[in-house]
Write a protein that binds this ligand. Structure first.
Ligand code: GLA
Length: 384
């Protein structure tokens, strides 16, 4: 991430002024997709790519924001009716509003920001942006009184209330709580979490980006969530204690097979199995059993492709190539509908896998996939 660039653009935009710098990362997720809003487990880690923002209070009641990457400027007030039109600016506006709702006396500020986490690639660029501003506004206007979980929830509520995505808590949680070389298993119902040191001896984690953008996926995402909630409502009739799919097993799902639609059944089957897979992967990691980790990743891909139906031709193709090359584990990562596969590859297979993936993908789709090595890094912070 390039703080010099942000410094120089901020100075240019705001008459040579200097503010404070804040940064938050994107994330990977080893396993546990679409489980967060079902009260299940996720297993993410923050990465070395994210957003950096420079911010300086400006003594007015207006926010003046410059997106360096989009070369676009927006000015907006802090009241509910002041929402800006540009979607990138709505993230910042939403964070301001959510902080205000939590009692922080947010005032006007000047800001410029830039990032190196690719947009729409399933690495949570929007969560990185939200966490950066939530963390910064808490320091600048909130006397640091909002705790880290609430900062993650500020980002999540921004998505719900200002961006139209009914997401879970995983992305914002990982961005705020990330720690170098550690994955974090989060129980999304109790919000208990545990750091797991992650240095797979003899393996590398690599993302292969299909460069299919998932920007238009929010309505499909919300629809998946709706399916899960419909199934829960049906199961609750017989099992009133059930709150989430997390509380259900396959037998309970079987009981409502004739009541829910075939589609809702499939979606729920995937989620129930996926929640268990996270626990299996954590157990396998504890005994360095990477073969099992990899096998579970392939099972997740299969479920996301055939049951949850959030993969696409390009991602299925990359998954097949991984299998052919003997890659230990591979699957579509994040919400789906585009973006990356995450791959657990033996060191000695890395070069041949990447060469083959690039060549075969380019032959089939006429463009090269992008490749990102995963470096697990720290979460939200002030840069000094
Ligand atoms: C998106 C959402 C997350 C999570 C994942 C799928 O990244 O923002 O809350 O649901 O999809 O695991």
């Amino acid at each position: 991430m390039n703080s010099e660039l942000v410094r120089s653009c901020f100075a240019k935009q705001f008459d040579g002024a200097t503010g404070k710098l804040f940064a938050s990362p994107g994330r990977i997720n080893l396993i546990g997709e679409h489980t967060d809003y079902n009260g299940g487990f996720v297993f993410p880690g923050a990465i070395d790519k994210g957003m950096i923002a420079e911010i300086q209070p400006n003594g007015t009641d207006k926010v003046r924001a410059f997106s360096i990457d989009l070369n676009d400027f927006a000015e907006f007030g802090l009241n509910e009716e002041d929402a800006p039109k540009a979607s990138w600016a709505r993230y910042i506006f939403g964070v301001c509003r959510e902080m205000i709702k939590r009692g922080v006396d947010v005032k006007g500020f000047n800001t410029a920001f830039a990032g190196d986490v690719p947009l729409g690639a399933g690495m949570s660029s929007s969560a990185a942006l939200e966490s950066t501003y939530a963390f910064a506004l808490n320091k600048l206007f909130g006397e640091d009184k909002i705790d880290k979980f609430e900062l993650a929830k500020v980002g999540q509520s921004t998505e719900h209330n200002y961006c139209g995505v009914n997401c879970g808590i995983m992305d914002q949680f990982a961005s705020v709580f990330g720690k170098k070389d550690q994955l974090i298993r989060l129980d999304c119902r109790s919000l208990e979490y545990q750091y797991f040191p992650f240095h797979p001896q003899g393996y590398r984690l690599v993302l292969v980006d299909s460069v299919v953008k998932h920007e238009l996926a929010s309505s499909a995402y919300n629809k998946r969530r709706q399916s899960c909630e419909t199934t829960v409502a049906a199961i609750q009739k017989k099992h009133p204690h059930v709150e989430f799919l997390r509380d259900c097993n396959m037998q309970m799902l079987e009981e409502v097979k004739d009541i829910v639609s075939a589609e809702d059944y499939m979606r729920s089957e995937y989620v129930i199995e996926e929640i268990q897979r996270v626990l299996d992967v954590c157990d396998a990691l504890e005994i360095d059993d990477y073969e099992t980790v990899g096998q579970k990743m392939y099972e997740t891909h299969h479920g996301m492709s055939k049951l949850y139906e959030v993969s696409c031709e390009e991602l299925d193709f990359l998954n097949d190539i991984a299998k052919e090359c003997g890659v230990t584990g591979s699957r579509v990562m994040g919400g789906g509908f585009g973006g990356c596969t995450i791959n657990l590859v033996k060191n000695e297979l890395y070069d041949s896998f990447i060469a083959k993936a690039k060549e075969a993908f380019t032959t089939k789709f006429g463009r090269e996939p992008k490749v990102y090595d995963v470096v697990i890094s720290d979460g939200s912070r002030e840069l000094v």
